[in-house]
Ligand binder design. Sequence first.
Ligand code: NAD
Length: 478
Amino acid sequence: MYIGGCWQDAAGGARFGVEDPATGRELLQVADGRAEDGLRALEAAASAQDRWARTPPRERGEILRRAFDLVRARQDDFALLMTLEMGKPLAESHAEVIYGAEFLRWFSEESVRIGGRFAVSPEGVNRILVTKRPVGPCLLVTPWNFPLAMATRKIAPAVAAGCTVVLKPANLTPLTTNLLVTVLEEAGLPPGVVNVVQTTRAGEVVEPLLTDPRLRKLSFTGSTPVGRALLRHAASAVLRTSMELGGNAPFIVCQDADLDEAVAGAAAAKLRNMGEACTAANRFIVHTSVAADFSARLGSHMAALVVGPGTSPDTQIGPLIDARSRQKVDDLVQGAVANGAVVVTGGVADQGPGYFYPPTVLTEVPPGADLLRQEIFGPVAPITTYTTDAEAVAMANATEYGLAAYLFTKDLDRGLRMAERLETGMLGLNTGVISNAAAPFGGVKQSGLGREGGAEGLDEYLETQYIGVADPYRKSDT
Ligand code: NAD
């Protein structure tokens, strides 16, 4: 663990193993934090807060900018580490290093754009002075699927805004976070600004922090059920929260779509990270007139992909994160097939070693199948059909989630008309890739609260303060 600028063992010396999902073998052991370690990390963050808030924004930004350069310089190390602990193919890990590093660069630039305003009150008497201040010590909780990007998407805006943080990474992927911390230290980040506690006892470490008066904010990325539980705890201290939760993205292919582009977009939106992405296309909603063609083309694309360990240069689809995830994906597929879905390709779980699942396309998926209601988090594309635009929109919106959606049409009017009726925080219009450090990432409905990235990402770590200033003319004759 990294607390107050020092690498430390956990209280009691407990450790846990980090596994390679391509082999099921342990890579190494790391400290297994306890509740008291979390509290020590918060103490370190709280002690560093005042000084960090007063550090000039340019200086904060320059540290982040140096960290960006260092992450890029160590791209190979980050990529290999991510592939080893998380499973994604090396090429995708390299893409994540570029994406994840961009948050460091973007917020290094945003750190010097923290504005305020000055106005005359409508009555002409007082003056209105509005300033933005750092929220204060933050707890950042991240998932395993993008070990670098989910950390930089929170650390960079928090640090840019002048906040100190305690980061709790997912216990499945703590190694990338630890490498990131060494880079931040090398970039000149003072002790206590970023602290990291990894643990297998997430609830035990996180819950006491949420009611500790020193903590001012929780930023969580993970599943909706865990997010809901953390919101309940945060409510007792009226803690400020940002929640990036699960998704169930619809991917709509209209009758007038360019099918080559739609298939390429579908593959990108479905298969990035083996389907283990909150933005992954989860339900394909395809116009009846093009459904057979689209299904056949997507099926042959997915059948040709090379499945294997992420470290092998030919691999296009790596393993899922663990045995439980593979079982869940297989249960969803077998449940749909038992109720009438037709397998175009895939559909049979690999038995290991490693947690591989073949790219799978299913058609005639019955409405109401669990496969259409839950986040699949695997390389499985269930295809359903529609006949009118209104029906497609209704099908897309029939979920409690609202993170990402995708829409393919050559008719821009239709695209915008449907976009305005889709209940989603983000939409890919004729594209299957939407994540960008400069864009506001986040969901509506039960996909979350707040936005990460873009100018909006910085606001999540700033408080607004209003100072009413007495009328400067009140005692003056001039
Ligand atoms: P998860 O909810 O199981 O875990 C997320 C984090 O919360 C981990 O660090 C975990 O250790 C911690 N956690 C788990 N139980 C906890 C508890 N009781 N108290 C405190 N912390 C706890 O999610 P995951 O399996 O790591 O990640 C996959 C999920 O994350 C998917 O639902 C995915 O959609 C979502 N996700 C969302 C976004 C987004 O930006 N909206 C991005 C990536 C992933």
